[in-house]
Design a binder for this molecule. Structure first.
Ligand code: THU
Length: 145
């Protein structure tokens, strides 16, 4: 992926930290999800007083995109840190990796973890979710659902 595009995703994800709603953990997370057509969907974490309804930044971005008809994704950039201060990578939780598995080819989809535009790393979904379970596991040989 071109460096300029990676940098745009990093900037966009960092911009989402302002919208993070994290009054309980104070851990702010931002995400920028890139479709294959080049559109970017944003997301932040949204916490809840009942705790379990909390939605991660990655899933916010995915659900926004899928709810608008997108199904074809190329990459996601994720940033996060306590009080929005970025010092190390914030890797997607297991639930978010599973949501990615639903919509993305694990060998192609790229997950960019960043601290800033100089410090980032890229992983495939396969790398972060080896032997993941996905739609292919439920596909029937006769084509039924
Ligand atoms: N969080 C995310 O938004 N994405 C992740 O992949 C890891 C965790 C959020 C959830 C919660 O609001 C806060 O970070 C602390 O777990």
């Amino acid at each position: 992926m071109e460096k300029a595009l990676i940098e745009k995703l990093i900037d966009t994800a960092i911009g989402q930290l302002d919208y993070s709603y994290a009054p309980y953990s104070h851990f702010r997370v931002g995400a920028a999800l890139l479709t294959r057509e080049g559109k970017i969907y944003t997301g932040c974490n949204i916490e809840n007083a009942a705790y379990t309804p909390t939605n991660c930044a990655e899933r916010t971005a995915f659900f926004k995109a899928v709810s608008e008809g997108e199904r074809d994704f190329r990459a996601i950039c994720v940033v996060g840190g306590k009080d929005g201060v970025l010092t190390e990578y914030a890797a997607p939780c297991g639930v978010c990796r599973q949501v990615m598995m639903e919509f993305c080819n694990p060998d192609e989809f790229q997950i960019i973890l960043a601290v800033n535009k100089e410090r980032y790393d890229m992983f495939t979904l396969r790398g972060l979710l080896p032997r993941g379970f996905g739609p292919d596991n439920l596909a029937r040989p006769d084509g039924g659902i």
